[in-house]
Design a protein around this ligand. Structure first.
Ligand SMILES: Cc1ncc(COP(=O)(O)O)c(C=O)c1O
Length: 320
């Protein structure tokens, strides 16, 4: 796993992020719940994407790129953090959003403040972003620029390495706190975060299952993406360290048997159906009601309610 040490990385995140107990939620659910506070990663408004961006921006710099092109929805945490990270590293951010122009609030306002070049596809289909990113990158190349192009969510093997590293950080915290959790819950969108955690769990032989709750894509699509990306991360790091293999990651993910070399279960549970709401950015009537009743007011909820609400709704459904 020396790849973790030798892969180029720029420092963007404030780590380690705290691992904190959630006493009220634990009491209400009757299970001990701890929170890994990756909303406190420090760049901009924080969030999970910063860890992957440390590796991605390092590659962009190594390739001599002068701008970054990516996209998502107009309130995307990913796009906001990618734009901030690009600026931090001296690259010009270009963002492509699906749909038509919307009022400039929240993350879109931050995108504007950081001077990102923002464009809309005019098509409400999320996937319209994928083609538009490539088209814009081609235009920039013709204009003499050197774009670093990233897909929605930064969901690449290199980006997912950020959560292999986070797995190591978490393992150290769990050891120090004397905790052996049975499950690690997360929101899953473009699937890079879960893939990194699954690869990390496999490598570290942790006691917990990685359970993703899909916030956007159909569960079956997430399954395929997590499998592919976790395998690619394993290859990326395994090639360098010779420890991980695609087969080694696929087996626990498939859920057949699910026991690691040490006999411990470390299955990668896949995003379950039935927790998707009305759509991205739309309040889910199950989410806010449950959330306020079970957890009280938590700073940051309004800022990014969707994945967090769905993760909690999924966790509550599973645990109760
Ligand atoms: C707060 C939060 N959690 C989780 C996710 C999902 O991460 P990923 O896109 O890597 O699956 C996102 C991204 O959509 C997010 O903004």
């Amino acid at each position: 796993m020396n790849g973790l040490l030798t892969l180029p990385r720029v420092s963007l995140a404030v780590t380690p992020t705290p691992l904190q107990p959630a006493p009220r939620l634990s009491e209400e659910l009757g299970v001990e719940v701890w929170l890994k506070r990756d909303d406190l990663t420090g760049l901009g408004l924080g969030g999970n994407k910063t860890r992957g961006l440390e590796y991605l921006l390092a590659e962009a710099i190594a390739q001599g790129c002068d701008c970054l092109v990516t996209g998502a929805g107009p309130q995307s945490n990913w796009a906001m953090l990618a734009a901030l990270a690009a600026r931090r590293c001296g690259l010009d951010p270009y963002l492509v959003f699906y749909g038509s122009p919307v009022p400039v609030t929240g993350n879109l306002l931050l995108d504007q403040m950081v001077g990102a070049d923002v464009r809309f596809t005019g098509d409400p289909d999320r996937a319209s972003v994928d083609v538009a990113i490539q088209t814009l990158a081609d235009e920039l190349r013709v204009a003499g620029r050197r774009p670093y192009v990233l897909p929605r969510g930064g969901a690449t093997a290199l980006g997912a390495v950020g959560y292999v590293r986070a797995s190591l950080e978490l393992a150290e915290q769990l050891l120090a706190a004397g905790l052996t959790p049975s499950r690690l819950w997360l929101a899953t969108g473009s699937c890079g975060t879960q893939a990194g955690l699954v690869a990390g769990a496999r490598w570290l032989r942790v006691p917990y299952q990685v359970v993703g709750v899909t916030v956007s894509r159909p569960a079956e699509e997430c399954v395929a993406r997590v499998l592919d990306l976790a395998g690619a991360v394993a290859e990326l790091l395994g090639d360098r360290a010779g420890r991980l293999s695609r087969a080694g990651v696929r087996a626990p993910l498939a859920g057949r048997g699910g026991r690691g070399p040490a006999g411990r279960p470390h299955r990668g549970r896949l995003p379950g159906p039935g927790v998707l709401g009305q759509g991205h950015g739309l309040p889910d009537r199950r989410g806010p009601r449950r959330r306020s009743r079970r957890t009280g007011r938590v700073p940051g909820d309004r800022r990014r309610p969707d994945p967090v609400q769905r993760r909690e709704v999924g966790a509550v459904k599973e645990a109760t």
